[in-house]
Ligand binder design. Structure first.
Ligand SMILES: Cc1ncc(COP(=O)(O)O)c(C=O)c1O
Length: 428
């Protein structure tokens, strides 16, 4: 049991709640991860707060104007107040699928389920794995992953995380993934791949993506039955020429009868509506029939119904209305361009620190973040930065430090890095 859960249970000892707690209730805790480090930074990071996993400019959330306009655009009562259908507004589901195909040309002409609306991507991951992961099942998760997977896989599902190093010698470790699949017991193997990755900011190149696909297909041909969940939270934030611009969901679509792909994505970051809580789940496998896709949608609806009943109606209305605006794509592009220009500056500035081994940048080419491997304890560096420089960062596993360039204004990047390197020199 997690020590934080134990601590909470001890506090509750002797109370009626303690007697009533379920097994899951006993295992539950609120992690001291990104959320609590961000909360600390909110109080103390008076200079720069590079913890925030949203995109901001001058301390304000970035947004797509066509979506913002919806708040003053005279929506009718029926656009806002009724329940949304359990699987989501059908027009939004269709629009999301159309956009998905536009962004992923390999999906053209392929059959998938119609995306089901969830209450954000966290909910999509939790719902999907409630359908596909049993207690004691193994799930392959790279060593760099979004910490919330722990609550979903380990605590909710009581599954076993099987891990592999995402990088080996500074390169994507496809061989390690391949070996880990082989080592899983039984023929049924589940894995989750998140690109652009949180916390590293890495996405496979076109060449690497092709290698991942052919490796997975060869496992499927050899008889492994694979569930590949693509966590596409940061989809679209690709900043280098050679980065693969299609989701692995798309590249794996109809690849083999033994490969079942589940795409978890969300408006959250793609459309810059973090608080709306709109995510999606979409399924594909070669040879799956319309009736089978519909059966999967019905099961997903059942899981949603018994969990949050249905998702936010006004959020879906505002999102769909924004997506239909003729200026929408251009506006979205300009938001992405802002984050890209910060990426370019951070790359340039980091080049000037080459040879400084206090902090070694991990490979990154996309997304919101970059992370360093620290020479010493990253938690010591994080608190030193917070207490002495008013700079908020995220420390991971005592070894890595994550910076969000998505929420650091371009003119502050150079100084942010100079403070981080200076502080590292002081504590390591
Ligand atoms: C990798 C990854 N997956 C999923 C999510 C969850 O997104 P949402 O806010 O839509 O639940 C996040 C959010 O930070 C994330 O970083």
């Amino acid at each position: 049991m997690n020590p934080l859960a134990k601590e909470l249970n001890e506090i509750l000892e002797g109370s009626i709640a303690d007697v009533m707690l379920s097994d899951y209730g006993k295992r539950m805790y609120f992690p001291k991860g990104i959320i609590s480090q961000s909360a600390e930074a909110k109080k103390k990071a008076t200079r720069y707060n590079a913890t925030i996993g949203i995109a901001t400019e001058k301390n304000e959330a970035l947004y797509i104007p066509s979506i913002y306009d919806g708040f003053s655009n005279g929506l009718t009562a029926n656009d806002i107040f009724p329940y949304a259908p359990t699987a989501g507004d059908v027009n939004l589901r269709k629009a999301w699928l159309d956009e998905m195909i536009l962004k992923n040309p390999n999906l053209e002409g392929k059959k998938t389920s119609l995306p089901v609306v969830t209450s954000g991507l966290t909910h999509a991951i939790s719902i999907a794995f409630s359908l596909f992961l049993d207690e004691g099942d193994e799930i392959i998760v790279p060593d760099f992953y979004w910490g919330n997977y722990n609550l979903i896989f380990t605590e909710q599902r009581k599954a076993k995380n099987v891990t592999f190093s995402l990088f080996e010698n500074g390169k994507l470790n496809i061989e390690g993934l391949s070996r880990t699949i082989d080592e899983c017991t039984g023929d049924k193997v589940s894995l989750i791949l998140n690109f652009p990755n949180n916390p590293t900011g890495y996405t496979p190149t076109v060449d690497e993506a092709e290698k991942i696909v052919s490796m997975l297909v060869s496992k499927a041909e050899a008889g492994k039955k694979l569930l590949v969940f693509t966590d596409d939270a940061y989809f679209g934030l690709f900043f280098e020429e050679d980065v693969c611009r299609e989701s692995l969901f798309s590249l794996l679509s109809d690849a083999h009868e033994n490969i079942f792909t589940v795409k978890g994505d969300a408006a959250t970051k793609e459309e810059m509506v973090w608080g709306f809580r709109v995510g999606f789940l979409t399924y594909n496998s070669k040879g799956m029939t319309e009736a089978q896709y519909e059966a999967l949608v019905q099961k997903t609806m059942g899981a949603i119904r018994g969990n949050v009943s249905s998702c936010s109606k006004p959020a879906q209305t505002l999102l769909l209305q924004g997506m239909k605006s003729p200026t929408y794509h251009q506006e979205k592009k300009s938001g992405i361009a802002k984050i890209q220009s910060r990426y370019e500056v951070i790359k340039k500035v980091l080049a000037t620190y080459e040879g400084n081994d206090d902090l070694l940048p991990l490979p990154f080419n996309s997304g919101y973040f970059m992370s360093f491997t620290c020479k010493g304890d990253s938690e010591v560096l994080r608190t030193h930065l917070l207490d002495n420089y008013g700079v908020g960062t995220i420390s991971i596993k005592g070894k890595y430090l994550r910076l969000a360039f998505s929420s650091t204004d371009i003119e502050n990047i150079e100084e942010l890095l100079s403070i981080v390197y200076k502080a590292a020199g002081e504590v390591f």
